[in-house]
Design a protein around this ligand. Sequence first.
Ligand code: ATP
Ligand code: FE2
Length: 312
Amino acid sequence: MTGWTLGIETTAHTLSFGLVDADGKPYPAASDTLRPDEGGIHPREAADHHKDVAAELYAKVLEMHGINQNQLTGVAYSQGPGLGPCLRVGASIARGIATRLDVPLIGVNHCVAHIEIGRQQCGCRDPVLLYVSGGNTQVIARLNGRYRVLGETLDIGIGNMLDKFARLQGIPFPGGPKIEELASAYLERCPNPTMEGLELPYAVRGMDLAFSGLLTAAQRLVENGTELDAVCWSLQEHAFASCVEVAERAMAHTGKSELLLGGGVACNERMRTMSNMMANDREGTSHAPPKMYCIDNGTMIALLGFLELQNR
Ligand code: ATP
Ligand code: FE2
């Protein structure tokens, strides 16, 4: 392939256009995220948002990297998993651009895109992926030539759980970063914390996870007068430890020694530290890509499209 590959991400509330060059080198994406004033994300409102800002963002990503759309030689888009109305918008924008430029169009798997950008950025070979985002919580590994989901949430994604807990305290979306700040503030205030009075249910269910009980119990602590920063600390400890435990089991079961983090919650420093501790204990390694490639981004879609088009 001689030119650039465009990637379009629209699985949920983020619309993002990203690029990789003819060698598969990634370039930062142009993104816009719908942030509802109240409540959660409404799929049709998110889809309308994506439609409204698409032309502007497409022009922006080309301008950011000084390229002309005639230099595009492939267009990739997130085919799923995601919200139907949002996915349809992404697919039709991608089809429109690819048809107009007469270049190949390719739909790719969003979760695999998180893995591939992480593998490329971190230089890991055959990792177990701990994919922790708003909508998804999955442990994925490649076995017998296919990516397999070895464990996943049975109810809500870990990020949605954090966002919802935050929303109940009046903290706007995205709540995860603010919970991280509050948890750090608690550690400064109370450097040797214990779980006394802060216990929460544990989210592990065999190889799967479930976060709604944790959310309810954390909210109950707040309602019973426990300080919010202490609850945030405990919530992070419980939620992250359970994800890391499932990832560790997956590493033990598959015999793999690399752990790769992906998804918006992988921006969290405590999540990164816990993953490192677990991997070090097993004499393995833990990796996380730059934060702009942890959150949903068009660049990872471009990269996976580039790889798939190359291997067609
Ligand atoms: P997906 O479609 O893959 O489910 P998503 O739409 O949820 O993704 P992402 O950008 O991958 O989007 O992740 C957003 C989530 O990441 C939000 O729930 C947000 O609160 C969480 N998040 C972002 N930064 C942090 C952080 N520092 N600590 C904890 N959570 C974070
Ligand atoms: Fe994602």
